[in-house]
Design a protein around this ligand. Structure first.
Ligand code: DP6
Length: 360
C-alpha cells in the first residue's frame, strides 16, 4: 500500500444526508509506541491487545452543504456540546482532507460517548479517533461507485485513525494489532495497523486487563509532547532498536505461550516507556507513589502464589493488570484486599481482550 492508494477516485454518487454509527475500543500496548515523526509516523513498531469494554460509540450525522472552503462540524459528548474538542478534530480533518475529499461538502454532527468515565485518566483518543475514522469510511463507501472491499476499508480507516492519534490505528481489529514496519511481520507498515498475522497460543486467549485508576486527573504532559521529546533524546536510537528486538522476542512468546517471558517483556516495556520520560529534556514523571505501591505488591503476589499476572502502563499513573482468564477469581480477590486501597476512590475497570470495532 502506498499513500496514493488512499486517495479516492472522484465520487460518482451523491448523498444529501444520513448517519452512520461505529463503536471502537481502546487498546493497550505491549511493546510501546513512543517517538514519532511527521506525519504521525512511528519511530518504532508497536503491538497491542485490543480491549473490549472500554470503547467509544460515535454517530456521525452528515448534511450536504455549500462548500465554502471551511470545515463545518459540531461535537456532542454524552449529549452535551463540546467545543473544547473542536481544535483536535479540526487538525484531524486538515490532515486527512487529501484522502477524504468530501469533508468540506457536509456539515457533520459528531455525537460521541465513552463506556468508560471521561475523567478516568484513560485516553479516549484511540477509541474516539478510530470510531470517527470508521464513520468517515462508511460515508466514503456510500459515495463510491466502485466496491470497497473489507481489507481496504479497514486499512484505510486505520490509516486515517493514525493521522488522528497514532495509537488509534491499533483499535480497529483484534485481539492483537501491530503498527509499524517490522522485518519479521509480513505486511506490517508505518502507515496503518494490521491484525497480528500469526497463530497465538491458547494461554493468551481471552486475556484479562483490569485497569486500576490511580490518578483520574488530566495528564500533565500530552502524549504528543512526550513523543516529540524523543527527537533528541540521548537513548532514542537504542530504544527504537530495543522495540524491534522486543517484538521479535514477543513473537516467539505468543507462539509458544511462554508466560514468564511475556511478563519480562511487557513489564520492561512499561518501565522503559517511563524511563524515557524521566530522561528526556525536559524530564517528567507521570507515575505516582500508588503506581509504585501497586507494582511492588504485584511482584510480591507473583512470588508468593506463582501467578502469571503482570502490569503495564500507558502515559499516566494508571496500572493495567494483565493475566490469564483462569486467574480471574483469585486476582479479583487480590485487587479487593490489596490493591483497591491504591486506586483513586477505589475505582478500577475490568476489561478483557476483544476483536475490534463494530458498525452499529
Ligand atoms: C504511551 O497515540 O496517544 O500509550 O500519536 O500523539 O496521539 P499521538 O499519541 P498517542 O500515544 C500513545 C502512547 C502510549 C504507548 C502506546 O499506546 O503504544
Amino acid at each position: 500500500m502506498r499513500l496514493i492508494d488512499f486517495i479516492p477516485k472522484p465520487y460518482s454518487k451523491t448523498l444529501d444526508n444520513g448517519s452512520v454509527t461505529w463503536s471502537s475500543p481502546s487498546n493497550i500496548a505491549l511493546v510501546k509506541y513512543w517517538g514519532k515523526r511527521e506525519p504521525q509516523l512511528p519511530e518504532n513498531p508497536s503491538i497491542s491487545f485490543t480491549l473490549s469494554a472500554c470503547e467509544t460509540i460515535t454517530k456521525l450525522n452528515y448534511t450536504k452543504r455549500e462548500n465554502n472552503g471551511n470545515f463545518s462540524f459540531d461535537v456532542i459528548l454524552n449529549g452535551e456540546k463540546k467545543d473544547a474538542f473542536k481544535p483536535k478534530i479540526d487538525t484531524f480533518f486538515k490532515r486527512i482532507e487529501a484522502y477524504i475529499p468530501f469533508l468540506k461538502d457536509y456539515h457533520f454532527i459528531i455525537e460521541t460517548q465513552n463506556t468508560f468515565p471521561h475523567s478516568s485518566g484513560i485516553a479516549s483518543s484511540a477509541s474516539g479517533m478510530s470510531a470517527l475514522a470508521l464513520c468517515l469510511m462508511s460515508v466514503e463507501r456510500s459515495l463510491s461507485e466502485v466496491e470497497i472491499n473489507e481489507l481496504f476499508f479497514t486499512q484505510k480507516a486505520s490509516f486515517l485513525a493514525r493521522l488522528g492519534s497514532g495509537s488509534a490505528c491499533r483499535s480497529l481489529e483484534g485481539p492483537l494489532v501491530v503498527w509499524g514496519a517490522h522485518q519479521e511481520i509480513e505486511g506490517s507498515s508505518d502507515l496503518f495497523g494490521i491484525k497480528y498475522p500469526f497463530e497465538v497460543h491458547d494461554n493468551f486467549k481471552n486475556y484479562q486487563d483490569v485497569i486500576l485508576l490511580v490518578d483520574k486527573g488530566q495528564k500533565q504532559v500530552s502524549s504528543t509532547l512526550g513523543h516529540n521529546l524523543m527527537h533528541d533524546h540521548p537513548f532514542a536510537q537504542e530504544r527504537f532498536k530495543q522495540a524491534h528486538d522486543n517484538i521479535s522476542a514477543l513473537k516467539l512468546v505468543l507462539e509458544q505461550g511462554d508466560l514468564d517471558m511475556f511478563i519480562k517483556i511487557v513489564e520492561s516495556e512499561a518501565l522503559t516507556l517511563h524511563a524515557m520520560m524521566m530522561t528526556s529534556k525536559p524530564y517528567f514523571i507521570l507515575i505516582k507513589p500508588n503506581t509504585l505501591e501497586i507494582i511492588n505488591k504485584i511482584w510480591s503476589y507473583r512470588k508468593e502464589t506463582g501467578s502469571k499476572i503482570c502490569f503495564t502502563l500507558d502515559a499516566g499513573a494508571n496500572v493495567h493488570l494483565l493475566f490469564p482468564e483462569k486467574e480471574l477469581r483469585n486476582v479479583l480477590k487480590f485487587i479487593s484486599t490489596e490493591l483497591v486501597a491504591h486506586c483513586e476512590n477505589g475505582n478500577y475497570i475490568c476489561d478483557n481482550i476483544g476483536l475490534g470495532a463494530n458498525e452499529l
